[in-house]
Ligand binder design. Sequence first.
Ligand code: PLP
Length: 445
Amino acid sequence: MKFPRFKGQIPFRMDLKYLLKLIFRYQTSESKKESAEACFRSYFQREATFMSSYRVGLYFSLNILKLEPGTEVLIGPLTIPDAIHSILFNKLKPVFVDLDPADHIVDLASLRQRRTVNTKVLIVTYLSGLAPSSEKMKSLVDFCLEYQIQLIEDVTQAYGATVGAKVGANINGHFFGQFGRFAIGSFSAGKLVTSTYGGVVASSAADKKLLKDLTAEFTSEQSRWILFYKHLYFCVLNLITQRAIFSFLTYPWLWLTWSSKVSDEKPRLLAFLEKFDPFNDEFLKVRRECFPRDFFFRLNDWKFELLIESLSRLPEVVKRRQEKARYFCSRLAPEVRQHLPPAVENFSGSNYYHFPIRSPIRNEGLREALFFGGIDLVGYGLNLCHRESIFSEYTQECPQADLIKQNVLFLPFHEDYSLVELDDIAEKVNQKIQPFLSSLEVELR
Ligand SMILES: Cc1ncc(COP(=O)(O)O)c(C=O)c1O
């Protein structure tokens, strides 16, 4: 059996249905927006305001805080460059904090060390949908309360994830996105809740009113053809990662064109097509002066329908992922399990958007060994923004974040995988990782 690095989060049938709908239905009505708002209100337990993207939601959320220029905003470095732009466009100062290898969320010690009297905001991204322990979450919330820091949660990868039921009665069982002044999520393609493009800000009713005033001038819709292309692109990805097609066509093609550098270099066609994606800021060479006009659009009925459908599937999807993750971990050898970030084994909290494993030495060697064993995999695509030359004046040491980006790989994981498939992946990982574990032992000796 062969396994792809990415498998569409929504069934191929549904992707195709929405591609066809996109051709014929492209209008905006208040009623669809209200239905979608009601669904997200009930999910977040507070008001929801739709945005064109996460980054625009972050830009506006920071804007309504009306902070003094130069106020410091703490943020983990593994994020999109436009998150840093959103801070800078509000005349605020980004301060990078290191990440915690246990859960890929900000590191508490680094937070305390980098906070100053000018710190007023903390942006926390729940990477990979890993659920930190209740103690860690409580410490984060307490830290913000103690120093009167506004917490902003990036829930893009954490839909359906909850804080586990261990300690801290008032935190248990809550979905991520219910702790901060704002919770902001992206609905970009591939997420557990998606509308191909889009985003949401969960907030109080008073903040919603302010956000609504700011977004009132978004009267235009996104170009149908940009949306069509992006959705088509994901339909194709979904198709070529279907079991049989991947095993008999896609994998052999990857095998023939395999290069160990492939994780850094995008296939040329992909890189070319991504030029048309307004939100592709991965390879920005110069710092932006402002967000381009095509960042600001309102969502239409097509997106709202897709959102309602994918949000309604979420509880079942996360439940199945959690069950399968528990089973999968039980099939991994104990020495391999030691290389999972501990939050991976928080089976009742994490949503398994990704299934991260820390490569014992460097990820390229393990990646190659697993690829030739039938498992194609990659790690975080997000940028290490503290290392981006366009933000050089804000550079800070974040060694743990560097290691997370360099050494973490995502094992193939999907709620549709059968137990036999999970056994196969676990067996291959157990086998292929052994030589790396032995050489690590030699190095440590
Ligand atoms: C954690 C996280 N935050 C933010 C974003 C960006 O979202 P958007 O493109 O909607 O601005 C992404 C995109 O993949 C992401 O993974």
